[in-house]
Design a protein around this ligand. Structure first.
Ligand code: DAH
Length: 341
């Protein structure tokens, strides 16, 4: 026990003020041959009734020595760095990694901005909808296949509640709330019960557009969509409208743009036609206007809906829609610069 007191006193008196001193401290208290270490190996020889007390004190001493050593070491090293002026204040700091915008968000914003420039305002609405806003008000006949379980996700136990299959539901919500003139653009997520492949997914995004006023013509729709295509894909872009059918528009059309990869000569993307389909459109059916409380004898208008994934694939030339949902950082990072603009 007297040795313990002796070492304790020595420890308390030991002042460390240099790296050499620090080494002496280590040799004196922490190496295998130090007195303190010898005391540790003595524990087993102490009489059993004293062993517990003895062992505890020696161990406390050892911990104290170790702690003092670490503290002094840090202090000495810091002083050495300061004395030698080792800190390089000009060294660039570690880069902080930031997130980036998702390509789908970049594209949705871009589409909305193009239409905002010509007076459209952006509106949004619920992903979980009812039958009226997605189908009935939009003039879908009772037996239309889009209402089928194979296409639409219904909320179990409530056949009237479903995940919207298109953003056209926002046309209805807007017209129910507002009288013409109406000029809105509606971005959003949509859901369809489809097998997931490189070209189709059960979740995707659309932007819907709606313009209702007096005497709106098909020619105005065509010019608006031409403006959009040129803003999005470049001034040299051409468009063509093909007759089509949607329950909520009459007449209806699908719009193609000249293929921006082969410049119209024909390639795999445009299936050698020189054209790529990007949206559906048409003059809003009078039934839809009436369903939403708008006088169809006074007002007319046009609507269109475009698929964001498809546009993003065209613009960034990616060939698998699943990439947009897997969120692999190596894929997403490539859109950093585009999102920062
Ligand atoms: N809702 C259609 C779809 O999901 C797209 C569409 C076509 C929207 C024509 C419209 C339109 O507003 O007029 O395929």
């Amino acid at each position: 026990m007297s040795n313990i007191d002796k070492i304790k006193a020595e420890l308390e008196q030991f002042g460390i003020d240099s790296l050499e001193n620090l080494e002496q401290f280590r040799l004196k208290f922490l190496t295998k041959k130090s007195e303190l270490q010898e005391l540790l190996s003595e524990i087993k020889n102490v009489a059993p009734e004293e062993r517990k007390n003895f062992g505890q004190q020696v161990n406390e001493l050892k911990q104290k020595a170790q702690q003092m050593y670490e503290e002094f070491k840090t202090k000495m090293e810091f002083q050495a760095v300061k004395a030698n002026n080792i800190i390089d204040a000009t060294r660039p700091s570690t880069a902080i990694s930031t997130g980036s915008m998702h390509p789908i968000s970049i594209m949705m914003n871009e589409v909305c901005e193009i239409f905002e420039k010509i007076g459209f305002s952006t509106v949004s609405g619920p992903d979980v909808e009812d039958d009226w806003h997605v189908f009935t008000a939009l003039n879908f006949p009772e037996e239309h296949p889009a209402r089928d379980m194979q296409d639409t996700f219904f909320v179990e136990l409530h056949p009237d509640i479903l995940l919207r299959t298109h953003t056209s539901s926002l046309q209805v919500r807007t017209m129910e709330k507002q009288q013409p003139p109406i000029r809105v653009i509606c971005p959003g997520r949509v859901f369809r019960n489809e097998a997931i492949t490189s070209r189709a997914h059960c979740i995707f995004h659309q932007v819907e557009g709606l313009y209702i006023a007096e005497n709106v013509s098909f020619a105005e729709m065509k010019q608006t969509l031409l403006y959009f295509a040129r803003q999005m894909f470049g001034e040299e872009t051409k468009i063509r409208l093909r007759p089509s059918y949607f329950p909520f528009t009459e007449p209806s059309a699908e719009m193609d743009i000249s293929c921006n990869i082969c410049g119209g000569k024909g390639c795999a993307l445009c299936k050698h036609t020189g054209w790529v389909e990007i949206l559906g459109c048409g003059m809003v059916d009078p039934n839809v206007l009436e369903n939403c409380g708008i006088d169809s004898t006074k007002y007319s208008g046009f609507a269109f809906g475009l698929g964001i994934e498809r546009m993003t694939m065209l613009k960034y030339r990616t060939n698998d829609i699943r990439l947009y949902f897997e969120n692999d950082v190596r894929f997403l990072q490539q859109f950093k610069a585009a999102g920062d603009l």
